[in-house]
Design a protein around this ligand. Sequence first.
Ligand code: PLP
Length: 439
Amino acid sequence: MTRADPRRRIPRTDALLVVPEIADARARLGDIIVRDAITTAQDAARRSELSPEHVEQSVIDALAAHRSFTARPVLNATGVVVHTNLGRASLSPTAVDAVVAASSYVDVELDLDTGTRSRRGAATRAALVRTCPAAGDALMVNNGAAALVLITTALAAGRAVVISRGEMIEIGAGFRLTDLIASTGARLHEVGTTNRTHLRDYADALEADDVGAILKVHPSNYRVEGFTSAVDLPELAKLGRAHGVPVVADIGSGLLQPDSLLPDEPDATTTLAAGADLVVASGDKLLGGPQAGLLLGDATLVGRIAKHPLARAVRADKLALAAMEATLNGPPPPVQEYLHADPVVLRMRAETIGTALDYPIVEHDGRVGGGGAPGVPLHGWAVRLPEALARPLRLGDPPILTRVHDGACLLDLRCVPPSDDERVIDAVRQALAANNGLP
Ligand SMILES: *Cc1c(COP(=O)(O)O)cnc(C)c1O
């Protein structure tokens, strides 16, 4: 390297690290990302692809655009309320505040008054029991699947779990309830047929086998129609009590009280009143909270399950506990607002956006999603855009997910906060420009 070699002028790493913008970025992004950006710029300068004088600015620009996490907020214009690929429920502002508050040191397992250890998540448990008084006690774990594993292990390891063949469901992504239960060391005792199961099928199983639990599963995402028969909960509960075997009902969607819009969707209160000893549900479907599995019901059973060593392996984290408590105590979460959105208001919003963009609106039914109430249309409206816009909208800022259907890209505002309508208009204009204004 000669004295005149421009590579001698490439700024050294130490010198770059003290440039205020780069030092700030290091505090925000951490060491690895910052050193990577510095090395990349220095290497480019060594290859003469960047002048040494531009290295500093190049590093600053690269870091300004960088984030230390990749999750991107998107607008859900699909009309599907509990959208699994978009993270199911959108948290309420109250729940978001709770997550932020719980994110540093927090009294999750400490009584500040006495300074001694307290029961983890006691406030969330209290909120669950207050919202669903039919439950003697409640426990929150990581998700619905974890709740099932925990219950099955605690009640029926080495014994049988009785389940109707009409309820042996696959939940999604190849995930089968039956495989899950078999993985716990409990034996599956199948009864009945796909379309019909009778009380005597259960009774025979209880006579013949060493049964730890009877499991009744809500077949969330499918329906058997025609010549069908299933055993009602009150009958099953009576049979279970006679044999001293608990009846566990997996209701899936997490409604704690009935919802008149979804008459076929089970809820925890009605299910417990009908005689189930325990109810299992998800926290991030229709309940509208964080990812969680809820166990509600008989206090003795919940207490027994909570003491099982596996409970520690599936325990809820402090952020989810805080978000659940706030969801239960706060105003109706977004999931409930979107589910019950007024079609008249949806039409007005669609019309405003359609008029601004010069595209027509069409009637469009939204869906509950997340395996909930598959047959129930949610009446509403959508702006009908050209199909070719779906991709540029997904890649836009903010990214917008629409429903591609019937040769069109349907923009349904049900699950878009009204305060984002202006951003939607801007994003569609950008997508039209990206698509060369066609068609
Ligand atoms: C969704 C669902 C589950 C699984 O719950 P996760 O919270 O997704 O783990 C289990 N059972 C039923 C009936 C469901 O609908």
